[in-house]
Design a protein around this ligand. Structure first.
Ligand code: PEP
Ligand code: MG
Length: 852
């Protein structure tokens, strides 16, 4: 169905639903009826499918699926199926589009169970509204008649768009204007969803102030219901409202009528910052934790640190006013982007792989033509270079933040990081302004960005604890790569800890201990010193084999995801590579790598390994590892969908290119092929046929073929699978996810997703026995192999090959040298009989204390 336009600029909207059209004032809800959420019409539906009323881009509104926003050239349209349907939590709704998807008029967006809505919600009446900052007026509404999908509904006639943009720019363009801030608790049952957001915006109507909400490291204009909904704010969350302009105080008072005011914000007694960086200082309203308090958090980088609190105030550089006309601003923006790009390139040229990877990823983001183009478009509308850049980045960040994939949402922090770096250049700040730290600083931050971590003085930094953040963010990867303990998602109380407060950051048990007793501090400091000594010893023995006390040898291999990691892994004592995650080699690519490119990368790694075994896993794409060059249809549950070997078998041309590249690596026999996500024998037989045909055609012996044991199906069929494969590699990460039925990316289940759960250990035991009975090699390459508490258990189950994170090889080898086969077997037998992962952890702890 084509988009119909009645002129160059009038946007004709088509009925997205079949049903009866009503004026808004007949909607049984005061917010919609009063026009607070926006202007438009409502439809009492007779169908069960929502279609797009015009061309646009989808902006999803969180997990509940009952509403979505369409970004159109006439402004944002809210399509809200039913009234109070947020309470249905998404049940009865099936989304047919993804966030960020470009849709045409008539595209099917959403299907819903009308009976379910009628049963569970106050009404099925569906408002179709123009919301937020508008590019036009609603006109020619077709009320009081029946419509079919695609019939004309109303028009958006452009007006005042420029005025709106100019007002926004003017408000942002005076960064030195006083800001008053206050914290508010969200009192609404289902968070800041459509109607509450509309009430907030309505409360501010007519007040001369610009009001911004900040929460979870994100920001939104408090006059834009759509932007507020995209914050994903839940009941009880605390948002900070920053208001500027003549009516700033009145605006905060008006918000009190809708939200619960918690506290005024005052400048924090924080660590010293260079004046150019200290823009807005926000003290959270949370009560300061009392001495001895323990704050629970998620571990982002394991380790232990003792030191003093160094609160890092949030730093948001001002956007600055325009220096000239659009062409002058264009030149300024381009120069600033180029300067940041050059600096990132220079920084990436040295240093270790993880740091380089993050910096290169930032450089690639910065080079994204879409970001630049959107910013240039803003300049044409009269915005300053800073305002245009921020707007472009924030729009992109908002789209990412709204995605249900947490890994994508974490990339939002990367966008924020490059936004700030470019703004600093535009503001004339020097790059070198390092953040000063006290000795043994434990930095407390709302959300530390990668560039901020890199600018901290590593010699004075002991650990980091954040209010928000994710365990797989780039800043977490950077921290892990330098052995810096880091906790994330510790909650807002973190920022109310006074500078200098003694802290213990326990990133082994996921806790921040506030002002612990002197004895506790001394005990932890002694543990840290002893570990430093042990580390030095481990490193000096890293090149030696790992022989247990009874002389049995355990091979310790490394897991790799980049060419640059190979040589340092050998230095750390790797005896080969037990897992090369090939999906990580060609991330951020629009095109699949061809055979030649793959061969070059595999060969470089094989050469760096100096003849040692290189286990190359075929693409494990899909699920939590989406690849741009392998776009996949939307899946309700990607972890249970087309991922791993299933994706390769569905695209045999990609599988063959990868197998050919592996077979061509010299010398023949150095590489092994490893298949991810196997569930049945036929999958293996199919790949075996491809591999043998390719090897025969290239006249080289076929490489060994092995499988990952990472589904309960493959673990339970291990005896049959072992008859057809050359080796097994146990992927404990996925094996625990699928056995325990807990998403490995789930933020609240993370702590319970523990691969030492006896059910997982039983599956591992069965697979190991099957392999040993057949005399084929079996190793563990999931995170369990790097987990010191789990290694004695794995050894006890008969595992003699561990593939671990390269930096941990010296430690794991040292640990293995303290073990003996028989005592490990006894320990493992006891663990298999326990009822829970926590019971196994307790046993392992007791055993290692006794053992030590
Ligand atoms: C695993 O699942 O344990 C594994 C090693 O594979 P990945 O973590 O790459 O999914
Ligand atoms: Mg896996």
């Amino acid at each position: 169905m084509p988009e119909r336009a009645s002129g160059d600029s009038v946007l004709q909207l088509l009925a997205p639903l079949s049903g009866w059209v009503l004026p808004l004032d007949e909607v049984p809800d005061a917010v919609f009826a009063g026009g607070m959420a926006g202007d438009g019409v409502a439809i009492d539906p007779t169908g069960h499918a929502l279609h797009s009323p015009c061309d646009g881009v989808i902006v999803l509104m969180g997990a509940a699926r009952h509403a979505l926003t369409l970004r159109t050239r006439g402004g944002d349209l809210l399509l809200h199926v039913g009234i109070d349907t947020v309470a249905m939590g998404g049940a009865g709704f099936t989304l047919r589009v993804r966030d960020g998807e470009h849709v045409r008029a008539g595209t099917l967006l959403l299907e819903f169970d009308l009976d379910e809505i009628v049963r569970r919600a106050p009404s099925a009446i569906t408002p179709v509204l123009l919301v937020g900052a508008r590019a036009g007026q609603v006109s020619r509404c077709q009320h009081a008649r029946r419509v079919a999908v695609g019939d004309p509904l109303f028009e958006i006639v452009p007006d005042g768009a420029k005025a709106t943009a100019a007002q926004a720019t003017a408000a942002y363009a005076s960064p030195r204007e006083a800001i008053v801030s206050s914290a508010f608790r969200i009192p609404f049952d289902h968070g800041l969803h459509a109607r509450p957001a509309a009430r907030v915006a309505a409360a501010l109507a007519g007040i001369d102030a610009q009001v911004k909400f900040s929460v979870h490291g994100r920001e939104a204009d408090a006059r834009s219901p759509v932007a507020m909904m995209a914050l994903g704010v839940q009941r009880g969350d605390i948002v900070t409202a920053d208001a500027r302009g003549g009516g700033a105080s009145a605006a905060l008072t008006a918000l009190e009528g809708v939200l619960e005011r918690v506290a005024e914000t005052t400048p924090a007694a924080g660590m010293a910052l260079s004046p150019a960086r200290a823009h807005t200082v926000i003290t959270p309203p949370a009560k300061a934790p009392s001495p001895g308090a323990r704050l629970d958090a998620v571990i982002a980088s394991r380790g232990l640190a003792a030191g003093a609190a160094a609160p890092l105030v949030d730093v948001d550089p001002p956007i600055g006013a325009a220096h000239g006309d659009a062409s002058a601003e264009r030149a300024r923006l381009s120069a600033a982007i180029d300067a940041v790009g050059a600096r990132l390139r220079a920084m990436a040229a040295s240093g270790q792989a993880a740091r380089r990877g993050v910096l290169e990823a930032h450089e690639a983001l910065l080079a994204d033509p879409g970001l630049r183009l959107r910013a240039l478009g803003q300049l044409e509308g009269g915005a300053s270079a800073g305002a245009a850049w921020r707007k472009s980045l924030r729009n992109a960040a908002a789209s990412l933040a709204a995605l249900s994939d947490p890994r994508m949402a974490e990339r939002r922090a990367d966008l924020l990081d490059i936004e700030r770096q470019v703004l600093r250049v535009l503001n004339g700040d020097t790059f070198e302004a390092a953040i000063e730290l006290p000795a043994r600083a434990i930095v407390l931050a709302s959300e530390l960005l990668p560039s901020q971590l890199l600018s901290l003085d590593a010699t004075r930094l002991a650990g980091v604890c954040m209010v928000d953040g994710g365990a797989t963010s780039h800043v977490a990867i950077l921290a892990a790569s330098i052995g810096l303990p880091m906790l994330v998602a510790a909650g807002p109380a973190v920022l109310s800890i006074a500078a200098g407060t003694p802290l213990i950051l326990d990133a082994e048990h996921g806790q921040l201990l506030v002002a612990p007793s002197a004895d506790e501090q001394a005990r932890i400091s002694a543990v840290i010193e002893q570990r430093a000594r042990q580390r030095a010893e481990d490193h000096s023995a890293a090149g030696q084999p790992a022989l247990m006390r009874d002389g049995a040898r355990v091979h310790v291999y490394c897991n790799l995801g980049a060419v640059a990691e190979s040589a340092p892994a050998i230095v750390s004592g790797a005896e080969g590579c037990g897992l090369l995650r090939t999906e990580f080699l060609f991330l951020d690519r629009a095109q699949a790598p061809d055979e030649g490119e793959q061969l070059a990368v595999y060969q470089a790694i094989a050469t760096a390994l100096g003849g040692r075994t290189l286990t190359i896993r075929t693409l494990d794409a899909g699920g939590d590892k989406p690849l741009a060059y392998l776009p996949q249809a939307h899946e309700e549950n990607p972890a249970l969908g087309m991922r791993g070997l299933r994706t390769s078998l569905a695209r045999p041309e990609l599988l063959d290119a990868q197998l050919r590249a592996i077979v061509r690596v010299a010398p023949p026999g150095q590489c092994r092929v490893l298949l991810p996500m196997v569930t049945e024998l036929d999958e293996v037989r199919t790949v075996r046929k491809h591999l043998e045909a390719i090897s025969a055609a290239l006249a080289v012996p076929a490489p060994k073929l092995g499988i990952m044991i990472e589904t309960p199906a493959s673990a339970l069929l291990a005896d049959q699978l072992c008859a057809e494969v050359d080796f097994l590699s146990i992927g404990s990460n996925d094996l625990s996810q699928y056995t325990l039925a807990m998403d490995r990316l789930h933020p609240t289940l993370a702590a319970r997703l523990d691969a030492v759960h006896p059910s997982v250990l039983r599956l591992i035991a069965g697979a190991v026995q099957a392999a040993l009975a057949r005399g084929i090699e079996v190793g563990v390459c999931g995170a369990l192999a790097t987990d010191a508490a789990a290694v004695p258990l794995l050894i006890g189950l008969g595992v003699r090959e561990l593939s671990v994170v390269p930096a941990q090889i010296p430690r794991i080898k040292s640990l293995v040298r303290t073990l003996a086969s028989a005592e490990g077997a006894q320990l493992a037998q006891r663990a298999l009989e326990l009822p829970s992962a926590s019971a196994v952890r307790a046993l392992a702890r007791e055993w290692s204390e006794h053992h030590a």
